[in-house]
Write a new protein. Structure first.
Length: 162
């Protein structure tokens, strides 16, 4: 049975593309165009999750942060590529209580050469925020990868979860 996946692109990325094409060949995918600056972003996202009922949420950068938040709130597994957990040009209009929730099942993929979302700071952020909770967490560093995630790495890091 095919999984239902929501995919959130990054802040300056566009809807669709080769990653969404790959996902659509392997699962049911909902990949909305995201405007992270919209004032009603949080109700928009929660309604989407409640209507679509995904088995997995995948996101990159700002979309990875969004996936982390929604996965934590709804107990849905997450794959987050270079999630903007600590370094964002702005914070979307999410209520402050979301920062108290920890994703329980998350795979984080970090580009060692990322100059937008520093992977070392991401690891420090996770250590500081996870503290005594014990989520099922996998963290993988990809040598030579920057902030943008090449399709072959995206496929390699998601294929076993679809």
């Amino acid at each position: 049975m095919k999984k239902k996946v929501i995919y959130f692109h990054g802040l300056e990325s566009t809807q669709g593309g080769n990653k969404v094409d790959y996902l659509s060949e392997n699962c049911y995918v909902h990949a909305p165009r995201m405007d992270y600056t919209r004032s009603d972003i949080f109700p928009f996202l929660t309604q989407m999750v409640e209507d679509y009922k995904p088995d997995l949420i995948i996101g990159s950068s700002m979309g990875g942060y969004t996936a982390y938040i929604l996965g934590a709130l709804y107990g849905i597994p997450v794959i987050a590529f270079n999630p903007a957990l600590h370094n964002r040009p702005f914070s979307p209009n999410y209520p402050s209580f979301v920062n108290n929730h920890i994703a329980k099942n998350i795979k984080i993929i970090l580009g060692e050469e990322d100059t937008i979302v520093n992977p070392t700071l991401t690891l420090e952020w996770l250590k500081d925020h996870i503290r005594d909770t014990h989520p099922k967490m996998t963290i993988e560093k990809v040598n030579g990868m920057g902030h943008r995630v090449p399709l072959d790495i995206f496929i390699n890091k998601t294929k076993n979860e679809l």
